[in-house]
Design a protein around this ligand. Sequence first.
Ligand SMILES: Nc1ncnc2c1ncn2[C@@H]1O[C@H](COP(=O)(O)OP(=O)(O)OP(=O)(O)O)[C@@H](O)[C@H]1O
Ligand SMILES: [Mg+2]
Length: 254
Amino acid sequence: MIPPPASTASESERKLVDQYTEIARLAGALAHEIKNPLSTIRLSMELLAEELRNPETPRERRALAKVAVVERECQRLQELLDSFLSFTKVRKLKLEPSNLNQQVKQVLQFFQPKAHDAGIEVIDYLAADLPTVLLDREAFHGALLNLVINAEQAMPQGGQLVVRTSDRGDGVRLDLIDTGCGVAPNALEHIFEAFFSTKRGGSGLGLPTARKIIEAHGGRIDVQSEVGKGTQFTIKLPVPARLPADGSGAQAAM
Ligand SMILES: Nc1ncnc2c1ncn2[C@@H]1O[C@H](COP(=O)(O)OP(=O)(O)OP(=O)(O)O)[C@@H](O)[C@H]1O
Ligand SMILES: [Mg+2]
C-alpha cells in the first residue's frame, strides 16, 4: 500500500481546527443573536409585571405568578448566555508582571463576606517572596472566583477553605482545598467539560472557562477529590523566565 503523503495528517488536522473555529464562531454569534430578543422579552415581562402590580382577581394573581416564572427563566437564560460568551471569548490575554499573592488576596477579600455568611473559614498560607508571574489580572480573577464560588457551593453547611501559594522552583503553585461534599469518581473525569454540572441551574461552564484561562497563561489546573471529605484544585503557573521570550506560549489562541 502506498503510504499517504506526509502532509496529509497535518492538512486534515488543520481542516479540523478550521471547522472547530468556525463552529465556535457560529455558536458565539448565535448566543449574541439570542441575547437581543431575550432582552426584549425581559423588558416586556417587567412592564407586564408592573401592570399587574396590584392583582385584584385570582386570574390576575395567576397571571402575575406566570410572569414571575418567565422573568426568572429569562434571567437564567441570560446568565447562561453570558457564561457561554465568556467561555468562547477567552482568547488573547493581556499579560502583566504580577504578584500571585496579591491577586489571591483580592479574590479572597471579595469572597470574605460571602464566606462569612456561609459559615466558611478561609485560611491563607501565602508564601513570601514568590517569583513574579505574568497574569491577565481580570481573566485570572474570574478564574479564581469561579473556583472559590464552587468551593462555597460545595459547603452548604459551612466548612474550611485553605488557599496556599508556594514557589516550586519550576513555577508557582496555588492550592485551593475545601472540606466540601467532594466529587464522585465518575463525575471527576467530566468536571472540566463544557456544560457538565451536578447543580440545579448550574451552567457547567465555570471550570472549563477557568481551565481555558489558566492554560492560556501557560499553566495547568488539576483536581483531587474525595466524596464527603473535600476537593483540592491545584494551579501551576510558569515564571516569566521560563516563558518563551516573546510570551507567545502564553498568548496562543485557544
Ligand atoms: N469544589 C468543588 N467541590 C465539589 N464539586 C465541585 C467543586 N468544584 C466543581 N465541582 C463539580 O464540578 C461541576 C462543574 O463545575 P463548574 O464550575 O464548571 O459548573 P457549575 O458550578 O455546576 O455551574 P456554574 O459555574 O455555572 O455555576 C460542578 O457542578 C460540581 O459537580
Ligand atoms: Mg461553578
